[in-house]
Design a protein around this ligand. Structure first.
Ligand code: FES
Ligand code: FES
Length: 192
């Protein structure tokens, strides 16, 4: 059968067997090996990708079921050579050791922060509860996601501050022109 879907913004189409899992389609047909395959029991979560914006375990989805849908993989997190804050957080806070679980963790974390920009530790732990890391003990993964959340809030506040500063500057420039002054205020200024 022929399956057609959008993966990381590009339409792809391939002839596949009906029993092919999405994780194998992504890895073996499209070469997107960032998505890992770690178990046969749907427990490890290292295969998490997004389908229509929702995190899914791609080992539980037939490639045929993804036909006509939008799939996003870990390869799409970096944009224009800039790492996603989640990726930067995992680097800064040592959120990985062997890295095998990391793609799924990051895709889940990105989905969480898009919905909950300021998650509590328990919300983070609940979000990644469907995923297994054999190396880190999870503490550094939680810290990595908290770092990304803090960083994104800082960026948003800086952007808001810049917008406010620009508006204030525009106001300051307008005033010296005298355009907003009434005849009375100009007169008062002249008299002093
Ligand atoms: S490969 Fe383990 S849950 Fe998908
Ligand atoms: S970093 Fe090794 S399994 Fe998570």
């Amino acid at each position: 059968m022929i399956v057609t879907m959008t993966v990381n913004g590009d339409e792809v189409s391939n002839e596949i067997e009906g029993r092919l899992l999405l994780v194998h389609y992504l890895r073996d047909h499209l070469g997107l090996t960032g998505t890992h395959w770690g178990c046969d029991t749907s427990n490890c979560g290292t295969c998490v990708v997004w389908m229509d914006g929702e995190p899914v375990k791609s080992c539980t989805v037939l490639a045929a079921m993804a036909g006509g849908h939008e799939v996003r993989t870990v390869e799409d997190l970096e944009q224009d050579n800039v790492l996603d804050p989640v990726q930067q957080g995992f680097i800064n806070c040592h959120g990985l050791q062997c890295g095998f679980c990391t793609p799924g963790m990051m895709m889940t974390a990105r989905a969480l922060l898009d919905r909950v920009p300021d998650p509590s530790e328990s919300q983070i732990r609940e979000a990644i509860s469907g995923q297994i890391c054999r190396c880190t003990g999870y503490a550094t993964i939680v810290r990595s996601i908290q770092w990304a959340a803090d960083h994104e809030r800082g960026l948003a506040e800086a952007a808001a501050g810049n917008a406010g500063g620009a508006a204030a500057e525009a106001g300051e420039v307008a005033d010296p022109s005298g355009a907003s002054e009434t005849p009375e205020t100009v007169a008062a200024g002249s008299a002093s």
